[in-house]
Design a protein around this ligand. Structure first.
Ligand SMILES: Cc1cc2nc3c(=O)[nH]c(=O)nc-3n(C[C@H](O)[C@H](O)[C@H](O)COP(=O)(O)O)c2cc1C
Length: 212
């Protein structure tokens, strides 16, 4: 039995290309076994509140784990602890993660709880697990295309924050060129579908950008 946490945050909600592809993947017993329990964290339908001074001072003080100011953070970290697979669908917004996802990061990356500060740097306290990240973008980044004139700050950032809490086995799947019309969308979707069929969702990738 697998337990998968599915986090998504496109303003297009469940109609987003990345979200739809992730849902398609969740339907494949090949990758999840016969029983897969899914915890869905929809950051668009249920936005997280901005970090307030209560949480900020609890986070930076010597505060007990069961302090009331950590309730939301505990719930979100609890969803990570209750799962052994992680799927995230993320659109690129201005070269990086959407603000809605950044808030999730600020609640789950918590000192003394999901990571420890040591003399050698931050050490993750959560279990590593196979993680698939669907990154959708209107344009292109990386790769050989001559119009790939934008940087991708999202991939290294997401890799760093997940590694900070202990999640290191990350596979990136890139859906690029989604504002270039229907044919480009189909091409991007089919390219990722093909990749999922051949290498699978969990094949740990570097940040090389697979292009259709
Ligand atoms: C606020 C905002 C900023 C965006 N910034 C970028 C960007 O920097 N690069 C890019 O290629 N696309 C950008 N886009 C386009 C989205 O990435 C694209 O529409 C989205 O990924 C579509 O995927 P989805 O259907 O999975 O949401 C932006 C869109 C919005 C709404």
């Amino acid at each position: 039995m697998t337990r998968t946490l599915f986090v998504h945050c496109s303003p297009h909600g469940v109609a987003a290309h990345g979200c739809q592809l992730a849902r398609e993947l969740l339907g494949h017993t090949r990758w999840f076994g016969k029983t897969n329990t899914v915890i869905e964290r929809d950051l668009t339908a249920v936005p997280l509140p901005p970090i307030d001074s209560q949480y900020a001072s609890a986070l930076t003080g010597n505060t007990a784990v069961d302090d009331a100011r950590f309730v939301l953070s505990e719930r979100l970290i609890g969803e990570l602890e209750a799962s052994d697979r992680l799927i995230i669908a993320l659109p690129i917004h201005n070269f990086t993660v959407p603000a809605a996802f950044k808030l999730w990061v600020d609640y789950v990356v918590r000192i003394h709880r999901s990571f420890a500060a040591t003399a050698n740097g931050k050490v993750g306290l959560l279990a590593n697990r196979p993680t698939a990240i669907f990154v959708s973008s209107g344009g292109f980044h990386g790769g050989e295309r001559e119009y790939s004139h934008q940087p991708d700050f999202l991939s290294p950032y997401v890799r760093q924050v997940l590694a900070t809490i202990g999640i290191e086995d990350i596979a990136f799947h890139y859906l690029q060129g989604l504002t270039y019309g229907e044919a480009a969308v189909s091409k991007a979707l089919n390219s990722v579908r093909e990749r999922l069929t051949t290498v699978g969702p969990w094949a740990v990738s570097d940040d090389t950008h697979q292009l259709p």
